[in-house]
Design a protein around this ligand. Structure first.
Ligand SMILES: [Mn+2]
Length: 303
């Protein structure tokens, strides 16, 4: 057997002129070999240098590859502005779902929420292209479902099916993109209600969806979200477990691709790819190639 799919001689260059019909079969093989690769990427949080190093490591090709960011492109790290400009410039090659820090930036830019002492968003807020960048961020999805994967920043409540989660994400996206988006932002903050109920309406309903999809780590046995604990699963508050370990979780038929939980670390499980490896805290920035699940990581300097 030949080790190379194109047999002897150099391979025809992809897209090159002069590939003859007799080479059609070889070209088909090449198309398959060079076909689209998807890389899911963990929380960047303004770490442009680490993102550039990671894309170099995976040999990212804008024409061929797709990037799925799990959200929190910005905040706490040094280069939120440049990360936003860069990911926006990737156009259709990148999908990024919204994380809590991304929504925080959108809210701050619109005059809602409180600045925190450890926010590092001033460069974005002072940038000449800030309105364009913030509007772009506001139009990112809450959730991306494709090919058996569901990309969402934090997680899904145990009682939601993937189909229901998609609908609920759509409700939030409609509010964020609609003419009354400022009213939505004004009522975004808060941790109540802690429970999902199909009968919830209005701001409470959307707040539960946003909190589950962007902030949740642990849930109690009665389904309440617990927002104080940020440690590893072993440190779960009494009666709580990680959202993904909730018994009977109805989205377990999909592979959830998430970030947000640096103390959880990298987790590559049959139905969970958890990718927040604490880049901004001096950990690593991680990518997982789909579907073969090869892991790529770069170390991140602290500070
Ligand atoms: Mn987060």
């Amino acid at each position: 057997m030949h080790g190379r799919p194109w047999g002897s001689g150099p391979p025809p260059r992809w897209g090159a002129r002069g590939v003859s019909w007799s080479n059609a079969r070889r070209v088909r093989v090449l198309v398959r070999v060079k076909s689209l690769s998807i890389y899911a990427i963990g929380d960047v949080q303004g770490c442009l240098g680490a993102l550039e190093a990671l894309l170099e490591k995976i040999r990212f090709d804008l024409r061929r590859d797709r990037l799925w960011f799990v959200g929190d492109l910005v905040n706490r790290g040094p280069d939120s502005l440049e990360v936003l400009r860069f990911v926006k410039s990737l156009g259709d090659a990148a999908i990024t779902v919204l994380g809590n820090h991304d929504l925080h930036l959108v809210a701050l830019a619109e005059g809602f929420g409180k600045r925190r002492a450890d926010d590092t968003l001033d460069d974005v807020l002072a940038a000449p292209d800030r309105d364009e960048l913030v509007a772009w961020l506001r139009h990112r999805p809450m959730l991306h479902a494709e090919g058996g994967y569901v990309v969402v920043h934090a997680g899904l409540l145990p009682q939601w099916t993937v189909a229901q989660a998609r609908e609920l994400a759509g409700e939030v996206e409609a509010a964020l993109r609609g003419p009354r988006y400022r009213s939505f932002l004004a009522e975004l903050y808060g941790s109540r209600p802690a429970y999902w109920d199909d009968a919830l309406l209005g701001a409470d309903r959307l707040r539960v969806v946003v909190n589950a999809m962007t902030r949740m780590r642990f849930v109690a046995a009665d389904g309440a979200m617990e927002f104080h604990a940020k440690g590893a699963p072993a440190s779960a508050p009494r009666g709580c477990r990680p959202w993904f370990d909730a018994p009977g979780r109805r989205s377990a038929d999909a592979t959830l691709v998430t970030g947000h939980w640096s103390a959880l670390g990298l987790r590559v499980a049959p139905n969970l790819l958890a990718l927040d490896t604490g880049c901004v805290w001096g950990g690593q920035l991680s990518a997982v190639r789909l579907p073969d699940r090869q892991v790529f990581q770069v170390a991140c300097p602290r500070g």
